[in-house]
Write a protein that binds this ligand. Structure first.
Ligand code: AN0
Ligand code: CP
Length: 319
């Protein structure tokens, strides 16, 4: 069964973009495709955009949608095999997953990196168990290492706003008080590396991302230099990936906050962020409120990316 995790899972990106713009122009054109099909969305972590946009995408396709917040009302789930379950978790994921699979036709899973073990996170243990044991097609709604529906929405947004054929897109690290996953920057790298853009990543030394996602992208450690001539600034915090410091905060340097002075170095760049964003840590009020901030249309495109992917998945299970 096909799984949607990476840019390559969408096949040719220009074809995927064309489909997305068709969906955006006419969201109700396929409103019977999902009749009597059920979308189950399982959340192990909080969400605003993913939850609402994916549900809306399913509804636009005529699906029934069910949302399960595992931490709010479901039994606490054990995820390790071989554990003597005499603690606070009454149910094992290995029963829960096939049961969930029996109630639906497609499953979206949100399960962030836990930062207990890099191996556990980067093997996508939770998502992979859903793939293996649910019996149903699965997609990531931000799993341990990737957030493809976000990155696809970002690509759609860049395609809509770009003012030249091959824009310069800069992913910049910015400070944050908490430990955050690498999933959003990983998928952004994955998609930008496949897109027709000049892609540059800037971050403090020590914040190198997983090479499988960075691939041949240019890394510029001087943030100001990276910003020069940029057409899009994509800000995001992430915690360290490297062995020995995995999941750690190495810096909260506020010199990396995106502000008006740094945006002035760019080619009048658009400002992007996946949200939720901490103002005056990641980006100043002035920049996020500026005319070149496109964070709201970017979030709105989450319906489009989700609907394009779910539509493909429905076609795959129906035909
Ligand atoms: C999450 C993250 O950085 O992965 C979700 C972003 C879509 N952000 C927070 O936990 C604040
Ligand atoms: N961007 C994003 O995925 O937001 P949520 O965490 O609110 O779903």
């Amino acid at each position: 069964m096909k799984v949607y995790k990476y840019a390559k899972d969408l096949g040719d990106l220009n074809t995927a973009l064309r489909e997305a713009f068709e969906v955006k122009a006419n969201p109700y054109k396929w409103d019977t495709l999902g009749k009597n099909k059920t979308l189950l969305m399982v959340f192990f972590n909080s969400s605003l955009r993913t939850r609402l946009s994916t549900q809306k995408a399913g509804m636009n396709l005529g699906m029934n949608t069910i949302v399960l917040d595992v931490n709010a009302g479901a039994w606490k789930l054990e995820t390790e095999r071989g554990v003597i379950m005499d603690g606070d978790k009454p149910e094992h994921l290995l029963e829960a997953i096939p049961v969930m699979g029996s109630y639906c036709d497609l499953i979206g899973v949100r399960s962030f990196a836990r930062f207990e073990s890099k191996e556990f996170d980067y093997n996508e243990v939770i998502l992979e168990q859903f793939i293996k044991y649910s019996g149903k097609p699965v997609f990531s709604m931000e799993s341990a290492t990737c957030h493809p529906l976000q990155a696809f929405a970002d690509l759609i947004t860049i395609e809509e706003y770009k003012e030249k054929e091959r824009p310069k897109v800069v992913l910049t690290w910015a400070p944050h008080p908490r430990v955050l996953p690498q999933a959003v920057p990983n998928s952004f790298c994955d998609f930008m590396n496949e897109a027709n853009v000049d892609f540059v990543i800037t971050h403090p030394k020590g914040y190198e991302l997983c090479p499988d996602f960075v691939r041949g992208a240019k890394i510029e450690y001087d943030q100001r230099k990276a910003f020069e001539g940029a057409d899009f600034i994509y800000a995001k915090n992430w915690s360290a990936y490297n062995d020995g410091v995995y999941g750690q905060i190495l810096s909260k340097d506020m010199n990396w906050t995106v502000d008006t002075e740094k945006m002035a170095l760019t080619n009048n760049a658009f400002f992007m962020h996946c949200l939720p964003v901490r103002r005056n840590m990641i980006v100043t009020d002035d920049v996020i409120e500026s005319e070149r901030s496109i964070v709201i249309p970017e979030a709105a495109n989450r319906v489009v990316s989700a609907q394009t992917v779910i539509k493909r998945m429905l076609n795959e299970i129906i035909y």
